[in-house]
Design a binder for this molecule. Structure first.
Ligand SMILES: [Zn+2]
Length: 198
């Protein structure tokens, strides 16, 4: 985007909270106070499990789940900018690469998330439904296979809002303590090694 577009204006337009606390604002994706806007009008979420990175057009496109071109069109009309000005600066190859690598990092946590909690607690089908995908389409994205980039972005945005990686990290740290309360007593009875009766 052009330097005349302030990231904050775009956030306000999207209805986001821009109240800053020690230089950070609430991330529109993971809701943590870890979203920082840099002077080059790119922003990064420093919450390790979210790590969203991009410019304001990228933000608007991700947040509204529309294509980058649609985002630019909408921003141009709403912020009263000349389309020709903002279209001159598109995402560079390296920016796209960096952004995508953050997506992959996040997806690797998602895989751990589904594996750790198991289907009884977090059913992938529920998340697939939320994304409007079949379970197999959803699973392909979770495993890092990109079909349409628009669907990819949409799914990543939904997951960043739905999946609490911080909770996962806390639960992993608890180790066996996390599981102990949920073990059915009949399993323990079955599992217990007893001396053979004489
Ligand atoms: Zn975030």
């Amino acid at each position: 985007m052009n330097e005349t577009v302030s990231f904050e204006d775009v956030l306000i337009l999207a209805g986001c909270d821009i109240m800053a606390k020690s230089g950070n604002i609430k991330c529109p994706f993971c809701q943590k106070m870890s979203f920082k806007i840099y002077p080059d009008q790119r922003a990064k979420c420093h919450n390790k499990s979210c790590n969203w990175y991009g410019d304001s057009a990228q933000f608007y496109s991700d947040y509204k789940e529309i294509s980058r071109l649609e985002a630019i069109r909408e921003l141009s009309s709403k912020l009263d900018l000349k389309k020709s000005i903002i279209q001159t600066k598109e995402q560079t190859y390296n920016e796209a690469k960096k952004s995508l690598s953050e997506d992959y990092k996040f997806l690797s946590w998602c895989r751990i998330y589904f594996a750790f909690y198991g289907d009884k607690v977090v059913n992938q089908k529920v998340y697939a439904d939320k994304c409007g995908l079949s379970k197999s389409e959803f699973s392909r994205i979770i495993n890092g296979i990109m079909g349409s980039a628009t669907t990819w972005r949409k799914v990543l945005n939904i997951l960043r809002q739905e999946i609490n990686i911080d909770r996962l990290k806390r639960d992993i740290k608890k180790g066996s303590q996390y599981f102990i309360d949920d073990i059915p007593p009949e399993y323990i009875k079955k599992y217990r090694i007893k001396n053979k009766k004489k």
